[in-house]
Design a protein around this ligand. Structure first.
Ligand SMILES: *[C@@H]1O[C@H](CO)[C@@H](O)[C@H](O)[C@H]1NC(C)=O
Ligand SMILES: *[C@@H]1O[C@H](CO)[C@@H](O)[C@H](O)[C@H]1NC(C)=O
Ligand SMILES: *[C@@H]1O[C@H](CO)[C@@H](O)[C@H](O)[C@H]1NC(C)=O
Length: 346
């Protein structure tokens, strides 16, 4: 089955398009494009980080070492290194070209849910269920700062495009904006009624979007802290949100098994993308804004034409031959969702 899928993908390469989908060995928690768009990195629940050729859909390298689910992956802005974080309480830094592990950063005391590089690639930010955000020097492996203030698990973190601020989103239902230099919390944005799962700055840094278990996406004015818009339409958790590189569109991936594309200025939903068969954990625009990639618990990574919001033309549809999919156990799913029963309501 698998070789037939790969053969189909080889055919796709000859038509010069990205594949329809890639089949993973387990639920896919995070997908990120390389800065040159030639490769994509994924983190998954088989403890692996994988690098894929985006024109053939072939796995180029598997980065092995994590000892538990890999929740988040990131390319350094120059594409030479990859960072990943896991339930094994480590952040690992990998050399892109060789696939060798360079460093394992330790210091978080609980599940690490997101790792991101600063725009200049000099530092890393991570967030965890230990209620903190940490800033790291990936070259030395040392923790430079620990940002404390959230009252519950921190699920998401993002650098502002100018690299001066950090936004974090938590199970305490708030977003905090931090000054990176001083480590001070500048603002706390309140309005979501449930866990925050994702935050992203607009390319101009003026607005911030957030995705929450309350089924909504909110658009915030970063300087005033005011909520400008609430985007309604999803019917389950909004797990990841992303701005298109030109800032005109917002993509959201939800546990309602759909992806939505929104007009960022009007807040109108333009398209709903269906095709996955299980919850969507990750959405990412390609650096040129032409493609959208999505990762799902259905074990697949899918590619969409970001303009038409459709599958790439000329590619085969192979969604019926999904290998290895299994039903999720309730225990596993509730572990992924977090500790809602233990939460501190603020
Ligand atoms: C991806 O595959 C194509 C077709 O085989 C090849 O030309 C290209 O160099 C590959 N890219 C990478 C980054 O390996
Ligand atoms: C954001 O707030 C600032 C300061 O209050 C204001 O000057 C600016 O126009 C606002 N921007 C948007 C997009 O609402
Ligand atoms: C997306 O679809 C449009 C309209 O069919 C087409 O012009 C464009 O080339 C497609 N983009 C990619 C990257 O396939």
């Amino acid at each position: 089955m698998r070789s037939a899928v790969l053969a189909a993908m080889n055919l796709l390469a000859s038509v010069g398009s990205v594949p329809d989908s890639i089949f993973e060995g387990s639920p896919v928690d995070c997908v990120r494009w390389a800065p040159d768009g030639a490769t994509l990195v994924s983190g998954s629940e088989d403890y692996m980080v994988k690098i894929w050729n985006t024109s053939t859909g072939k796995c180029l390298r598997t980065l092995e070492g994590h000892q538990d689910d890999v929740w988040s992956v990131a390319y350094r802005p120059d594409g030479q290194q990859i960072a990943s974080c896991s339930d094994d309480l480590t952040i690992r830094i990998w050399d892109f070209a060789s696939g060798r592990m360079l460093k394992a950063l330790t210091g978080h005391a609980d599940s690490i849910r997101k790792v991101v590089y600063s725009p200049d690639g000099q530092t890393l930010a991570s967030c965890a269920w230990d209620h903190t955000v940490k800033i790291w020097d990936p070259a030395s492996g040392s923790c430079l700062k620990t940002l404390q203030g959230h009252k519950n698990d921190v699920w998401t973190v993002a650098y502002s495009p100018d690299g001066r601020q950090i936004a974090s989103g938590s199970a305490d239902r708030s977003i905090k904006i931090w000054d990176l230099h001083s480590g001070r919390c500048l603002k706390t944005l309140k309005g979501h009624k449930d866990y925050l799962r994702s935050v992203a700055y607009s390319p101009d840094g003026a607005t911030l979007i957030s995705g929450s278990d309350d089924h909504t996406i909110k658009v915030w004015n970063v300087s005033s802290g005011e909520c400008l818009k609430t985007l309604n339409g999803h019917t389950d958790y909004v797990w990841e949100v992303a701005y298109s590189p030109d800032g005109k569109r917002i993509a959201s991936g939800s546990w309602d098994v759909s992806i939505k594309i929104w007009d960022s200025s009007s807040g109108k939903c333009l398209k709903t993308l269906t095709g996955h068969s299980d919850v969507i954990d990750s959405v990412a625009y390609s650096p040129d804004g032409q493609h959208l990639a999505s990762g799902s618990d259905d074990y697949s990574i899918r590619f969409w034409n970001a303009t038409t919001a459709e599958k790439p033309s000329g590619s085969a549809t192979i969604s019926s031959s999904r290998p290895g999919q299994r039903a999720w156990s309730q225990a596993r799913r509730s572990r992924k969702v977090g500790r809602k029963d233990m939460e501190v309501i603020v």
